[in-house]
Design a protein around this ligand. Structure first.
Ligand code: SF4
Length: 289
């Protein structure tokens, strides 16, 4: 029995609303967030300072050349739909250029909303996972509570202890992960004989994991930067918070990976041979081979 349905179910459809819709956002990530000169950004920018490439219509003026111009970080970032929610729901279509006296408030609220939307992404996924069906009530309650928090007024959002809410949700996600990974190890006995186990935040930078059987592995918060995961089997592996920057995913099976996000995929290297969950998209910059 697969860990989750391959066709998109209602929770997956709900998750499709948790994807960035830049056409309905007032360029919040391009103004609110700071960045520093690095492999990901060509220039320095302070928080609250609009990027010089952000046009008056809130579109990026260099969208088609981001990677060539050194803005790789912009092609990786994903707001989980927080930008359009804050723009259209919280602020009812008022943008920070029309109402400059509220600009700082909007910029401060943006990371909090993103935080909540990221939790909605994980909780919605958890609700699709059959081994965690016994947790459906608790997960649904947490999802409802998180959705209610996204409807707070700007002032209430700024006063919210988002860290405390995240800690509550994390306990549920952790238990969900345990149930799903235990199920994966039962279904794949060969994986349960794997000697290697990983603790949270494992240092796997540049690790040679080509063809590795990582089914049901705990890779929560693992540093997999530039790891060779070519042909690895990651079904049932928990990847929440794993750093996949420049990890090589060619031929890897991620179809049933847990808590994988579009931003993680965007930061990795891959091609048409990577097997993806249906909810996620193949990054445009991956090679077609
Ligand atoms: S380069 Fe484009 S996408 Fe990146 S911050 Fe500037 S306007 Fe936004």
């Amino acid at each position: 029995m697969p860990v989750k349905q391959h066709a998109m179910d209602s929770s997956d459809k709900q998750r499709s609303h948790l994807k960035a819709d830049c056409a309905n956002c007032f360029g919040l990530c391009c103004a609110a967030l700071p960045f520093a000169v690095s492999a990901d950004f060509a220039v320095d920018k302070q928080a609250g300072q609009p990027c010089t490439h952000l046009q008056t219509d809130f579109r990026c003026g260099v969208h088609a050349q981001l990677r060539q111009l050194g803005f790789r970080g912009c092609t990786v970032y994903d707001c989980f739909g927080a930008g359009q929610h804050l723009s259209q729901v919280t602020y009812g279509g008022q943008d920070w250029r029309q109402t400059p006296d509220r600009a700082q408030e909007m910029f401060d609220a943006f990371p909090i909303m993103r935080h909540l939307h990221e939790l909605l992404w994980y909780l919605s996924e958890a609700l699709t996972l059959k081994p965690a069906s016994g947790m459906r009530e608790a997960l649904s309650e947490a999802l409802d509570k998180t959705e209610r928090l996204t409807r707070l007024s700007p002032g209430e959002l700024l006063a919210l202890d988002a860290g405390a809410h995240r800690a509550e949700v994390n306990l549920l996600l952790l238990r969900t992960s345990e149930l799903v990974r235990e199920d994966a190890l039962r279904r794949y006995p060969a994986a349960s004989k794997r000697r290697k186990t990983y603790s949270r935040g494992a240092d796997l930078i540049g690790a040679k994991l080509q063809g590795a059987d990582l089914r049901g592995a705990n890779l929560r918060g693992a540093y997999l930067i530039a790891a060779n995961l070519r042909g690895a089997d990651l079904r049932g592996a928990d990847l929440i918070g794993a750093d996949l920057r420049d990890a090589e995913l060619h031929g890897a099976d991620l179809t049933e990976s847990l808590f994988l996000t579009q931003a993680q995929l965007n930061s990795a290297k891959g091609d048409a041979s990577v097997k993806l969950p249906p909810i996620l998209s193949r990054p445009a910059h991956w090679s077609s081979r």
